[in-house]
Design a protein around this ligand. Sequence first.
Ligand code: 3H9
Length: 686
Amino acid sequence: MQTRGSISVIEVDSPPVNALSRDVRAGVSSAVVAANEDPDVVALVITCAGRTWMAGADIKEFGGPPLEPTFTRMIGVLDGSVKPIVAAVHGTALGGGLELALACHHRVAATGTVLGSPEIKLGLLPGAGGTQRLPRLIGPVAALDLILTARNVAADEALALGLVDAVVPSDELRRAAIATALEVAASGQPVRRVRDLSERIAPDAVPADLFTEARMNLSRSTPDLLAPQYCIRCVEAAVTMPFDDGVALERELFYELVDTSQSRALRHVFAAERRVKRPPGESASARDVQAVGVVGAGTMGSGIAMALADAGYRVHLVDSDRGALERSDTSAAARYQRMVGRGELSEAAARARRDSIGRSEELVSLRACDVVIEAVVERSDVKKALLRQVDEVLGADAIIASNTSTLDLDDLASVIGDPSRVIGLHFFSPAHIMTLVEVVRGRHTSPDALATALDMCRRMNKTGVVVGVCPGFVGNRMLLRRTAAADALLLQGAMPWEIDAALVSFGFKMGPYQMSDLIGLDVLWNRETTSSATIREVLCEQGRFGQKAGAGFYDYAESRRGAPSEQVADIVRGFARRSGQTQRAFGPDEIVDRLMAALVNEGAKLLDEGIATRGSDIDVVWVHGYGFPRHRGGPMFFADERGLDRMLASVEELGIPEQEPAPLLTRLVSEGGRLATYEPGVPSSG
Ligand code: 3H9
């Protein structure tokens, strides 16, 4: 704390994001008390050092016992201040950080500040008075919008909403806040506390059906999530209850949420997404990459080129087929035009984006590239021949990446003179939309190539997860096991739509059979060699190729979503009978357990083999690449919550020879360890 004349300036300095840990809360509380007791001080300014205002409560404290001084106590100290307090806000004023600013009497923001209540993303609600103060300050409609969408509000919008009182250039923030503090103190008026405002929550200022409508929207969009429902209850309390009663309800519901599996899962994913950026092993600095080559202008190559262009790279797209290059240009132009239509890009920016992708039939055009990504047909001979040519064209230290999803990266790298500059970048389709990239570290991949690839992912707004070399890498190898487990269930009496429905009600957008119908059952089918050996083969032999054929596991005559098919049920029953297995009914919970067991067991094997380096990395792969519901935390987190002993029992029930229990799973069950926090060499229990 510093005193500037008659103003006490309290500066929070707790890198990296000034999270409101116990120490910060204690420091702010005692500084406010001290300033109130100091007869020379007439007003206070709270400001933050470093890149941001307080970005929220310290997430690491959740789950433990409340630490004194609690948020309630600290906010109570601010509420008790008889001297005006001005918040000088910059960077990201989020969650508890925004709530602290709301408990101040005035708010001055630097240009570029963003403010928001992201608690819902962590399965929580604003628990430091935010649900009660926001409606009083900006009205319940805007408050509900901010809390339920968790969107960040830019300084200008915050000013228009009344969330802040002034916006000033960054370098004038402190001076402007002090000037405001002096002015308010000189006015001699009593402090203006947000908790005392009533105009915006008066009955005639609140739309009659606001909360009914909000609940109806929720029941359609996120019926399974608890936090949004509790947020509505709290904001409703702000307009129906006295302030202190509303705060008491908010506190009670906040602590209830902290203990839910949903919030634990969301907090786990938040931490996992940050951990994944720092893979274990030797680290290096990322190179400065300007120009990136992409070879192959099919769907994948074109998507990768757009993702790179979106991130500001100069892109050189090469394909020996002129037609493919032209089609890729047309689809990129159409996408940029749609973005212009939605107001996301200006015409000029769209043109520049399109122009940043150069197209050529000649590999020599890649000569000046810092990185080249090959995305040609998935055949080892074709890729190797191409990589040899790329190696000849490129500068000696350029990085060479392969987008292979199934081939052995080390084998591909063997044709390059210096295999340390080879890395895998397994994008998911459509590459300009999907956020996951499996960054494949080959046997010889250098730390420098790895750091550069991860940095490129970050720039493209993608989540790069480092994995090792094996068929299918992490995601697809696990997916294959889940599909096998689902097929095994069909032989034991479950129907495809029962399996899909169980996964959809778990939170996936679609189940394995809906996904097969969407992709097309014929993708892996061979007309020449088909022998009615599997359900999929029989469906293909009958022309049931999936959605595009109007029939697959489902019938699509009536609806695009597909309806259960009697014909398919007969086929499935026939296979089940011939398998000699006993058939019975399966409830949704048992179906989910079996399919999760297959995922988790394979995940444990990947960890044992060192292909995945942490349990939480696997969760990130599944949340970002396979639609695993975020509020379930990913397969490894789910397994811990469900109980690893129960998972192990489900693995044994699978009865699939290739899916025998993973030694790591068995070991963690006997040791009482956890999978989601598993990292070789680091204790995993607790
Ligand atoms: C809350 O406030 C509840 C209250 O309503 C009520 C309480 C009663 N705590 O993301 P980055 C760390 S709930 C602890 O890579 P960026 C992060 O782990 C909270 N640590 O940087 C990382 O550490 P490391 C509501 C935190 O520039 C480092 O900071 N607030 C917290 O891309 C850098 O993070 C939120 O939900 C935290 N709250 O983005 C905001 N936040 O380097 C969550 C960050 O060791 N945070 N860290 O891995 C964010 O959205 C982003 O971190 C932010 C910076 C935008 C701030």
